[in-house]
Design a binder for this molecule. Structure first.
Ligand SMILES: O=P([O-])(O)O[C@H]1O[C@H](COP(=O)(O)O)[C@@H](O)[C@H](O)[C@H]1O
Ligand SMILES: [Mg+2]
Length: 575
């Protein structure tokens, strides 16, 4: 069906309220906007469905959320009555309409005869993942668009191991979703009636308590915290979202006495009024926290995104400035800290491994390997890291110590199978105490790591390509790059290129090809002759192309210069 036809179908549907109808009627004559809203359904990307709020097929609204939920219900029904009884746990964050979509999804599943556990109020992603694992539900749903701007919402789906839905099951949901009429074929019932009948069970602090107890067990070094707790202060911000309760709580439970929350950003509000975007990757969001830190003489700030799976930090540097630590830097600091602690306490398992996404720093491999720990790569998407953890568990081949990705996602332990900003905040705070007992800040610790393992620098560039034209441009760009491969980047020769779609690596000098293990995702990975990795891929959650530059060398000046040079080149290549 073309977009015009789809638009008319929506306009004519009696299912729309007057306001929804008016929103569409106002588009009459604006063909571009009609195309943007109706050219295709939202698709399952890196982390489920994600889109801007509004009426239309390519939007997040009660119809598209309804269709996704009916699709999920159809998938669950294929597994029979026992699966329906195990049911689905549903959580949401603080976004506009998140709680409404949570109730809607719960009502639809209940109407399909599927049991539901739903939280009374917003919860972090890791609590949902943990609950799926511990309560033994078959699936989970998280209503969130993570760290995206306020115009967005989304729908993350989890399977029984607590990880986001693997591609095979996601395809079934997508197919079921596409095959049904979202106005007439979505079953639903009154939410209160479903609660009264016991089909929807509302839960609250009891799940938080079990979760907190579980993660507190993973605090490696409480003694260090006890030593510094009297005068060590931490500033925390949840950016108006779901981390507001459990992050300060776990920091207190592991022994911190001075956890100061940013009052303006403790207010639960899907408009995220104090930030442009509630993304801990953006330093701008930490401005209020930094002002407080300066006044109070605090050297560690922690921030978590609205669904509380990403965790960012700002630190006081040796010159007194407040600097952000990237996801890559925090990843290697935590790897080093965990390995050191395991060695000290003689608890290193026989085949230890760390996991990272393919676009995350190679310094992680260096740190791991130098310590006798293996390092494995997966595609972008925490579900792929979780898949690897599951594989290790099933085969017993390795014991994972830690998994991370450059986009501020970290996990350790077996309680959850998605990135967890609550445990990450706990470990970061604990690590800061450990270094404080040695007279060092986390900033000093990072500099020390460069001295020990060599200098590394990374940058991720996002080139925004909005709308239908953006999607076309992204496809064209990737096609052009495949048809005429880059021979040099910023004047440095390309040694080889790996097309992670086909899994074929081509040596540029000889034209020789070899197969690599990782394949099936739209990623081009260039190894430059000076050892730099230069990677291009379209994002699976936002309308942008991402370019990752990962350099290493003998000094900070050398690696910074490389990153700067290749970032300039990237802007010429991706446009
Ligand atoms: O957005 P989140 O925090 O839910 O996180 C999700 O999206 C991120 C960005 O993905 P992309 O580069 O495809 O946009 C991924 O790194 C992450 O693994 C995934 O769980
Ligand atoms: Mg998030």
């Amino acid at each position: 069906m073309g977009y015009m036809e789809e638009y008319r179908k929506w306009m004519e549907s009696p299912a729309l309220t007057e306001a929804e109808h008016a929103e569409l009627a106002a588009l009459e004559g604006d063909e571009k906007e009609i195309q943007e809203r109706f050219f295709a359904p939202l698709s399952f990307g890196t982390a489920g469905l994600r889109g801007t709020l509004g009426v239309g097929l390519y939007k997040m609204n009660r119809f598209t959320v309804g269709a996704a939920t009916q699709g999920l219900a159809n998938l669950i029904k294929q597994y029979g009555p026992r699966a329906m009884q195990r049911g689905v746990a549903i959580a949401c964050d603080s976004r506009i309409q998140s709680d409404e979509f949570s109730h809607l999804a719960a009502s639809i599943l209940a109407a399909n005869g599927i049991n539901v556990i739903e939280w009374e109020s917003l919860r972090p992603v890791p609590v949902l993942s943990f609950t799926v694992r511990t309560y033994g539900t078959l699936a989970g749903v998280m209503i969130t668009a993570s760290h995206n701007p306020k115009e967005y919402n989304g729908y993350k789906v989890y399977w029984e191991d607590g990880a986001q839905l693997p591609p095979k099951e996601a395809d079934v949901v997508a197919k079921e979703m596409g095959a049904l009429d979202m106005f007439t074929e979505v079953k639903t019932m009154d939410h209160q009636e479903a609660v009264d009948k016991g089909l929807i069970k509302i839960i609250g602090p009891e799940s938080d308590e079990i979760y907190l107890r579980q993660i507190q067990k993973m605090c490696i070094n409480p003694d260090c915290i006890a030593q510094v707790a009297d005068d060590f202060k931490i500033i925390y911000t949840p950016f108006h979202g779901a981390g507001y309760k459990l992050v300060p709580e776990i920091l207190k439970r592991i022994g911190y006495k001075n956890v100061i929350c940013v009052p303006e950003q403790m207010v639960i509000d899907g408009n995220f009024p104090t930030v442009k975007s509630p993304n801990p990757e953006n330093k701008e969001g930490f401005n209020i926290a930094i002002e407080m830190a300066k006044e109070m003489g605090v050297d560690l700030i922690i921030g978590t995104d609205p669904d509380s799976d990403r965790c960012g930090t700002v630190l006081k540097s040796s010159t007194g400035e407040y600097v952000t630590l990237s996801g890559n830097q925090m990843g290697v600091l935590l790897i080093d800290y965990i390995i050191t602690a395991k060695k000290l306490t003689n608890t290193m398992p026989p085949h230890p491994a760390v996991l990272k996404s393919v676009v995350s720093t190679e310094m992680a491999r260096k740190v791991a390997n130098d310590n006798g720990v293996e390092c494995f790569d997966t595609f972008t998407g925490f579900k792929f890291l979780a898949e690897k953890i599951k594989q290790f568990e099933e085969t017993g081949s390795h014991q994972y110590l830690f998994a991370f990705e450059e986009s501020y996602g970290y996990l350790c332990g077996d309680h959850a199978r998605d990135k967890d900003a609550v445990i990450a905040s706990m470990l970061i705070a604990e690590m800061a105490a450990y270094y404080r007992t040695k007279g060092m800040t986390l900033y000093d610790a990072m500099q020390d790591m460069y001295k020990r393992y060599g200098y590394y620098a990374e940058e991720t560039l996002s080139i925004v390509m909005p709308g239908v034209s953006g999607l076309t441009r992204m496809a064209e760009l990737m096609k052009e790059l495949r048809e005429s491969p880059l021979k040099e980047v910023g004047g440095t020769a390309v040694k080889d290129v790996r097309d992670l779609q086909t899994g074929i690596q081509t040596e540029l000098a000889t034209g020789e090809t070899t197969e690599v293990e990782l394949k099936g995702q739209n990623v081009l990975y260039y190894d430059l002759s000076d050892g730099t990795s230069f990677i291009i891929r379209p994002s699976g959650t936002e309308p942008k192309v991402k370019v990752y530059i990962m350099a290493n060398g003998a000094s900070k000046e050398e690696v910074d210069a490389k990153v700067e040079k290749y970032a300039a080149a990237a802007k010429e290549i991706v446009k």
